[in-house]
Design a protein. Structure first.
Length: 762
């Protein structure tokens, strides 16, 4: 049950950022909706508004949104440049950057978006306006011949100078190399300097110009060529990370065979198919849309959605998903979602949105880079001036060392090391049916110490069957069973459905139910034949009815000790009948709990069932502790209590009934989210099928990601430190520095991309 206490309170590790407040708001549980407008840190993952205060969403004026794809926005240096330029434009309300997808979302109250586009163009951004809805990214294309010409000219300049050739030829070849390979760098560097921004293009432009000024023409040419080559290789490598999940869209056919109004079948574009239409699927055909089977049966390979390696048997009433493959039989299904709203499209959209929310390590690196670059630039100025002025050093020698420092100052390897690693981890998880909503959760998974789990549908199959029934008064069996089944048929809870199925199988005809409603944490109620009835758990009976039938308590206790769930039918005065329902434990649950224990995670089961049932199920799967009779608020209190002990807590549930505990946990996991919009929206991590083994797989991936992040940061900073030392001792050259910078960038990118091949995710 979702409540609203009008607070921005969230996790106990508060110091909650604006981004976390917005994230809590999105999850919609125990929170009021706020927009925090006076957050100006460019590394925060939330939309950052200009010059406003926090206010309630009801008071927010109507704004417009514009979404832009900016092909040459790859690095936080471009983000800072754009933020500074648009920050001076009146009417800009918020800016939301996604560097990995090269998109910028602008909320504004301008009459038209043209001033935004003009401002972006004025700082050299290649802007393409797109719809505010979800859009596709494409691989960047490279014009290779100018780069090849630059490389040849730079190499010839080195050869000519080494062989003692004409200085004029050396200068001409160097200029040719710089103009063909580095003209775009100079343009971007000039724009940055004009806007008082020391990004890597500005630093490289100053370094190359300085090298030419002191007569190091071949070296200036080689530095510019290597820098241009490094940018191209980085862009190609990053495109692999950017599009790691995009390939899933290629799995969806562009056409589908639908039934026309006249009953004939014809092939049409999948994007034109509306929900409700019938689609026919042949053996071996890939499914183009989400739907529900109405006739036929087959085995379907659902690996793109759930990560399951084996095909799943499907029959009438089962769901099928776009992008999956029909293995053998043929069937017809009724479309339930448009092409842009399929489970596959939601997965891709969620992962790409997650890429825009920076993880803690990424925020730290971005902050560090903003300090590091100007600090090294200032150091370079001091290196160029102090030794010659104070100690009589050679001007040209120390100016050259200062120029090498400028090359070393480029923070590219450090800055790209974290996003490419995080995105690779998100994509690796999504390919295996684990949808992670942001880098903060991918990083946080390694810290989980306690995992609380719901029972029904999480540890058990969630499809219990009725095992026992008895009426309190002899001869009243049919009447009370009909009443109980009529109420149960109106509920979608698995226990209620079991009661309804058993009655239907027994030939009982359901009655009309009026004033039907849920009693949160207890059961359901309604009027049948004009009389109010309650179909509830024993806890409700104990709290609301003063007297029970003779012997009822002992019979109920005996059934509970067998691990069965008890549901009691009562009117306003007494219990009329008892239904016993039993669920079966998933085999995967036992393995998952064992894996969690090997990872050092303590497990805790929280269920609304009675304590006897909870204990019986816990013993079967090896859970450390089980608590029964848990209302939604009780589960929330347990999660809060664990968090108060300083432990990182995860909560696994269905994303709806357990939403208070899911929202309060450090990481909330939703089970079986493939066909559920609510679960995908509510949880921090959505498991697209019902396999609990994916949680230990997620924790292992999180720990691997943390190791790769540490390796990348140490590698990037270590190379910088080495070259700073070599520069001061006079042993580093400019081309060596840029080559090392390029090498470091490629190493961290390829190291991060290793996560795409991560195999130990369930």
């Amino acid at each position: 049950m979702v409540t609203d206490n009008s607070t921005l309170s969230g996790r106990t590790n508060c110091g909650c950022t604006a981004a976390e407040a917005v994230e809590n708001d999105r999850r919609g549980t125990r929170k009021a909706r706020y927009r925090v407008d006076n957050v100006d840190c460019p590394t925060e993952e939330a939309p950052v508004s200009v010059g406003m205060r926090a206010r309630h969403a009801r008071d927010r004026p109507t704004d417009s949104e514009a979404l832009y794809r900016i092909d040459n926005m790859d690095c936080p240096t471009e983000e800072v440049l754009i933020r500074e330029r648009l920050g001076r434009l009146a009417g800009i309300r918020a800016l939301e950057f996604n560097l990995m997808q090269r998109t910028l979302r602008v909320r504004h109250n301008l009459p038209a978006p043209e001033p935004i586009e003009d401002a972006l163009s004025s700082i050299g951004m290649r802007v393409q306006r797109q719809g505010v809805e979800y859009t596709s990214t494409t691989l960047s294309r490279t014009n290779w011949w100018p780069l090849a010409l630059s490389g040849v000219a730079a190499a010839l300049a080195e050869v000519v100078e080494w062989s003692g050739g004409s200085d004029a030829v050396v200068i001409a070849l160097a200029l040719l190399a710089i103009l063909t390979g580095g003209l775009s760098t100079y343009k971007k560097g000039w724009v940055a300097l004009r806007n008082r921004n020391l990004n890597m293009n500005a630093l490289m432009s100053i370094a190359v110009t300085g090298a030419m000024a002191i007569g190091h023409w071949p070296e200036a040419a080689m530095v510019m060529f290597l820098f241009a080559l490094a940018e191209v290789i980085e862009a190609k490598s990053l495109d692999r990370a950017r599009n790691a999940i995009r390939g899933l869209l290629d799995l969806t056919p562009e056409s589908a065979t639908i039934q026309a109004p006249d009953g004939t079948w014809r092939e049409v574009q999948a994007r034109s198919v509306e929900p409700g239409l019938l689609v026919r699927i042949k053996p071996g055909e890939r499914i183009a849309l989400d739907g529900e089977i109405v006739s036929g049966r087959s085995a379907v390979n659902q690996a793109p959605i759930t990560g399951e390696s084996l095909p799943v048997e499907k029959a009438s009433g089962d769901k099928v998903f776009a992008g999956t493959v029909n293995e053998s039989g043929s069937f017809e299904f009724r479309v339930t979602a448009r092409a842009g709203d399929t489970a596959l499209a939601r997965i891709i959209h969620a992962v790409e949105s997650a890429q825009g929310r920076r993880a803690p390590t990424q925020r730290f690196v971005d902050r560090f880079a903003r300090v590091y670059t100007p600090a090294v630039f200032a150091m370079a100025l001091l290196v160029a001036a102090i030794p010659p002025l104070a100690f009589g050093g050679a001007w040209m020698d120390w100016i050259y060392r200062a120029l090498v420092l400028l090359v070393v100052a480029c923070p590219c390897a450090l800055v790209i090391s974290t996003p490419v690693t995080i995105v690779s981890g998100l994509a690796a998880a999504a390919r295996r049916g684990i949808l992670i909503k942001g880098g903060v959760y991918l990083e946080g998974g390694r810290k989980l110490a306690v995992l609380a789990l719901d029972k029904t549908g999480t540890i058990t199959h969630g499809k219990p069957e009725q095992t026992d029934f008895f009426a309190i008064r002899a001869g009243d069996e049919y009447r009370v069973r009909r009443i109980g089944a009529s109420l149960a048929s109106r509920s979608d809870h698995p226990v209620s459905q079991a009661i309804a199925r058993a009655a239907q199988t027994g030939g009982i005809i359901f009655g009309e139910v009026e004033d039907f409603g849920a009693i949160p944490g207890y059961g359901i109620q309604g009027r049948v034949d004009g009389t109010p009835y309650h179909l509830c758990n024993p806890r409700w009976v104990a709290e609301h009815l003063s007297e029970c039938a003779t012997g009822l308590e002992s019979r109920v206790r005996a059934l509970e000790q067998q691990g069965k769930t008890l549901v009691l039918l009562a009117d306003d005065h007494a219990v009329l009948a008892v239904f016993a329902v039993a669920d079966t434990v998933k085999e995967t649950s036992r393995q998952a709990i064992a894996d969690l224990h090997r990872l050092g995670v303590r497990t805790l089961m929280l269920t609304g069932d009675n304590p006897h049932t909870a204990s019986a199920i816990a013993r079967q799967v090896g859970i450390d502790e089980a608590r029964g009779d848990q209302l939604p608020e009780d589960k929330l209190k347990v999660v809060e209590a664990e968090a108060m002990r300083g432990r990182a807590v995860g909560m696994v549930g269905d994303g709806i009934n357990d939403s208070p505990a899911l929202a309060r946990a450090d990481i909330g996991f939703a089970m079986g989210a493939a066909g559920t919009d609510t679960a995908i929206e509510t949880a921090d991590v959505a498991l697209m099928d019902d396999d609990l083994r994916k949680i230990p797989g997620f924790i292992r991936l999180s720990r691997t990601t943390a190791r790769v992040l540490t390796q990348n940061i140490v590698l990037a900073l270590g190379i910088k430190v080495v070259f700073l030392a070599l520069t001061f001792t006079g042993q580093a050259t400019m081309w060596m520095a840029v080559f090392a910078d390029m090498g470091a960038s490629l190493l961290v990118v390829f190291n991060g991309l290793r996560l795409l091949r991560q195999r130990d995710v369930a």
